[in-house]
Write a protein that binds this ligand. Structure first.
Ligand SMILES: [Fe+2]
Length: 292
């Protein structure tokens, strides 16, 4: 019996088109959560935990013991529920060591004190590039896949790879590369690293936005299908052609609706800013920093 086939349960958040995952080892009943979502109503700046509670219910109903709360990157389109999940089900909140680049860049944008991030990292664990780890008896490791952001990681767990925003479904293509320290050239190289994986490896995505010709949201494909069919990068796509296509497309995109609240919270492992003297917590919005 192959002991390296994890059970993958996906959870779709319709508000942000995000897939979160609970990945578990059926033998040891250990699990990891990947890319959780904290519900956020932008008009009222109110958070709630409906999405996260679905994951928690699944973990409890299946008597799983949670070891990791993994982030593929600092998301710009939704808030992470990692702190709430840690409190409810435990597990180490982990991300790439390159989070430090994101924290340095966005500390300046939000005028936050970088020393805060340098002195007491809110993430429980920072992965080195290509580091191996375990989820119960499952072998896992990360592959650095920068491009969309400098701190993007893909996680290989048994026969499955979780690629975050590196690739979308083959009929939708790739993620934007125009955030600070994003790079279409780096994304191209990152995708080549994923295409070196076994053809039959299952691939799980962080988002699906539905192209014109499809009416069902899908979170899973495989390496071979992406290699042959991805509309932005398939076998034979020249790097320079991809860069031109990606940069031209990115120039037409509006900022994600939740980028300002999301990055502020996600770069601090999902922690809310400390309360001010009246006991209220506040987020900051840099006026006119990003173009509309
Ligand atoms: Fe993203």
């Amino acid at each position: 019996m192959n002991t390296q086939i994890p059970l993958v349960k996906s959870f779709f958040d319709e508000a942000t088109h995000t897939f979160s995952y609970v990945v578990s080892d059926p033998h040891s009943k250990k699990s990891a959560v990947i890319d959780s979502v904290l519900d956020y109503d932008a008009a009222s700046a109110t958070t709630s935990t409906l999405q996260a509670d679905r994951l928690i219910d699944y973990i409890r109903e299946n008597s799983l013991s949670n070891e990791w709360i993994l982030e593929t990157h600092v998301h710009a389109d939704h808030l992470t529920a990692s702190q709430y999940l840690k409190e409810q089900i435990g597990g180490k909140i982990a991300i790439s060591h390159n989070i430090k680049i994101v924290q340095a860049t966005f500390s300046q944008i939000y005028n936050l004190d970088l020393k805060y991030f340098n002195m007491s990292q809110s993430f429980d664990y920072l992965f080195q590039d290509n580091e191996h780890f375990k989820i119960g008896n499952l072998d896992a490791y990360n592959i650095p896949t920068p491009g969309h952001t400098p701190a993007c990681l893909s996680y290989v767990i048994g026969d499955a790879v979780f690629v975050g925003d590196t690739l979308f479904m083959p009929d939708y293509g790739t993620a934007r590369c125009d955030f600070p320290n994003g790079s279409a050239a780096q994304l191209y190289d990152s995708v080549q690293r994923l295409y070196d994986l076994a053809d039959n490896m299952r691939m799980f995505l962080c988002h699906d936005y539905l192209p014109d010709n499809r009416d069902t949201f899908i979170c899973e494909t495989d390496i071979k299908t992406q290699k042959h069919c991805n509309v932005h990068i398939h076998q034979g796509t020249a790097k320079i052609d991809f860069i031109h296509m990606r940069e031209a497309k990115d120039a037409t995109l509006a900022m994600p609706k939740l980028i300002l609240p999301a990055i502020q919270i996600n770069m601090d492992a999902g922690k809310f800013p400390p309360p001010e003297s009246n006991g209220q917590r506040y987020l900051k919005l840099p006026l006119n920093y990003f173009k509309a």
